[in-house]
Design a protein around this ligand. Structure first.
Ligand code: CDP
Ligand code: CDP
Length: 215
């Protein structure tokens, strides 16, 4: 089978999985897909149309229209869009449609890095490298707080922390594809790690797997 090398990265909000995925893709010369953006695209379109986020038929139709190549990170980065994304992400049929698009992307050559919540468990269960990136809720809230401050947004740490905990709960407790480490995932707790340290630790794991598999 002609399949490229796939690195699957999962973890909760603001764990640093996106930053890590981008750096790994650049380092190893692989295509990168932030799968959260596809859920955000559905949430964003629903909000814009004034649709009820629990309207499953509307969410399913919206998911069908998502084009992975046409997603605009800036438009989708808003806090409210992340919240909306996590609400439509509980709809099984929405997930099926988006997962199909993500799997097609994962087959690009020479290989891909996908980050999200269910990459190692559902989207690419055959990936030779799976990383589960975590950090304490307090550290993740602090990271988001600093991001907002740097964008000139007046931020409230307590509200950000409460939102992170709520999103963790929604992502971990849902029926379909809950957030959890794949059984063969390497856990990377970045609570006390710089971006650089997390990148080095991930490279050490990936280089070892590549050597073992003669890639
Ligand atoms: O960047 P952040 O971690 O805040 O969120 P994101 O990765 O953009 O994902 C937004 C929401 O989409 C998450 O809270 C999940 O509910 C959902 N999502 C998912 O269910 N499965 C994925 N593979 C990626 C995101
Ligand atoms: O994709 P995800 O929501 O998991 O997180 P991210 O957007 O990659 O990272 C959230 C914030 O944490 C960014 O501002 C990063 O610069 C910062 N950060 C990190 O990613 N990794 C660390 N080890 C420390 C900080």
């Amino acid at each position: 089978k002609t399949q490229g090398f796939v690195i699957a990265i999962d973890g909760p909000a603001a764990s640093g999985k996106g930053t890590l995925a981008r750096r790994l893709a650049a380092h190893y010369g692989l295509h990168h897909l932030d799968t959260g953006l596809s859920y955000r695209a559905v949430g964003h379109a629903m909000l814009k149309a004034g649709s009820d986020l629990s309207d499953e038929m509307q969410a399913i139709a919206t998911a069908r229209d998502v084009e992975l190549a046409a997603l605009d990170r800036d438009v989708l980065s808003a806090h409210a869009v992340g919240e909306a994304a996590s609400k439509i992400a509980v709809i099984a049929q929405v997930r099926r449609i988006l997962v199909e698009k993500q799997r097609a992307f994962s087959r690009k050559l020479p290989g891909t890095v996908l980050d999200g919540r269910d990459i190692g468990t559902v989207v690419c269960p055959e990936a030779p490298v799976k990383l589960y990136v975590t950090a304490s809720a307090e550290v993740r809230a602090q990271r988001r707080y600093e991001e907002e401050i740097s964008k000139g947004i007046v931020a409230d740490f307590g509200r950000i922390l409460a939102d992170i905990k709520l999103r963790d709960e929604r992502d971990m407790d849902r029926q379909d594809s809950p957030l959890k480490p794949a059984q063969d995932a390497y856990l990377l707790d970045t609570s006390k790690m710089s971006i650089e340290a997390a990148f080095s630790a991930a490279c050490a794991i990936i280089d070892r797997v590549m050597a073992e598999n003669r890639i």
